[in-house]
Design a protein around this ligand. Sequence first.
Ligand SMILES: [Zn+2]
Length: 471
Amino acid sequence: MVEQILKLDKEIVSEIILENRCYQRVTELCELGTRFPGTKGEKLAREYILKEIKSYGYTPKVEKFEHLGWKRGISEVKIVEPVERELLSISLAGAPSTGKDGIDGEILFLGNGTPGEFEQYKDQIKDRIVFVTSLAPLGQCTPPRQCHRRTKYGRAVEFGAKAFIFMNSQAGMLPQTGSTRQNMTGEIPAVTIPFEEGELLKNLISKGPVRVKLVVENETFTNQSGNIVAELPGKKGDEVVIIGAHYDCHDNSHGAQDNGTGVAILLELARIIKNTKIKLEKTIRFIFFGVEEMAAIGSSFYVKEHQDELDKIHLYINVDGLGSGGKIFDTQGFDDLSAYILSISKELNYQLKIPNPAFSGDALAFVFGGVPVAALKRSGSPGIFNFKGSINNEDRGWGHTSADTLDKIIPSSFYESAILAGRTLIRAANHNGPIAKYRCKKEVANILKHYGMDEVLYYMKWPTIPIESKY
Ligand SMILES: [Zn+2]
């Protein structure tokens, strides 16, 4: 069996590099238009994936679900005091409208919106417009989700703010979007502004009170979406390893890295592994999730609908936002899985780091389900810097902005991600027995509490879709 793994290794490495089809896949996905939930591009992306995966000999199915869709309208943000000036802005996804007359109020700047900053000023938040940056400063946010956009938004709502302004912490005149809530409309209007507009606001605030007026219009509707599932049966059919990537992206973005890269990696691994005709121990399930960018809705529905078989899923590998930077495997607080991943890293002769768990996106849906999760991620922001900062891990780089385009993908880094995902996947699929312990409800709760996620989830009001471990 070791020979078969080595044969698969060679196939994966040579096909990924020599064929260079991953990059071509991302190019084609970016040409479909935005893949934001509810758009034509979202449907085209599903059709594209189905056509591709069928051509490799799979019989995929679409597991449909309905969710609350959201469509962007106008966003006008104007400083009205001490000067008059309009700011470049867009709405955060899922945020409500202000009504025609808008909302007018005094801004309260809460820095990076860390738990400490909210705590310090919580008595002043009521009826103010809370303004924070997108930064998650290292050391002040444990877990990093304490400084996630949705946690900051949730804290602003909890303490009575009437609107929320989110500023990109990285330069480049680009607003950074993202969702406000999961499958529900946000309670207060929320807009996002570029770094430079935020700096202007901060300067004015340092001199005295600043009032702004927001006029925002958005729409909600019911969207039909779906997860695409394709299976490669193993010798032990009911033992499963899943590799998943979301195919949607934000409406302001081409979604090249986030997550054209993940979709391309799954497609290529599905093609290459099947072509070898090697049968591994466990079944490999390739899942292309819908609606991740509205707070992991597709994966949450998947975990909810498959609750009876969650203990048969021996590993979930999440592939999201790759194509540049270093590589890390986030094992989401499953310590026994970290040991396994590090042993693979040694076998691959690849220096792999396990970061502090971030509990993000589709990975978190599986954590709730008790399933061991390894999320392959990028470390370090790709090629973006501030005049006031440096390349770091504290913000999302070009992600969620209109600059998440093909040109940001670094081919060598993209190959590396695909190869690492593939070589880990085949080893996990060929592992005899469980890879890490399946967690019951109490153990999942303990992991989340241990990392301070119970508080984060409270402010995020997450999950809105009820998902939990089988036992
Ligand atoms: Zn993503």
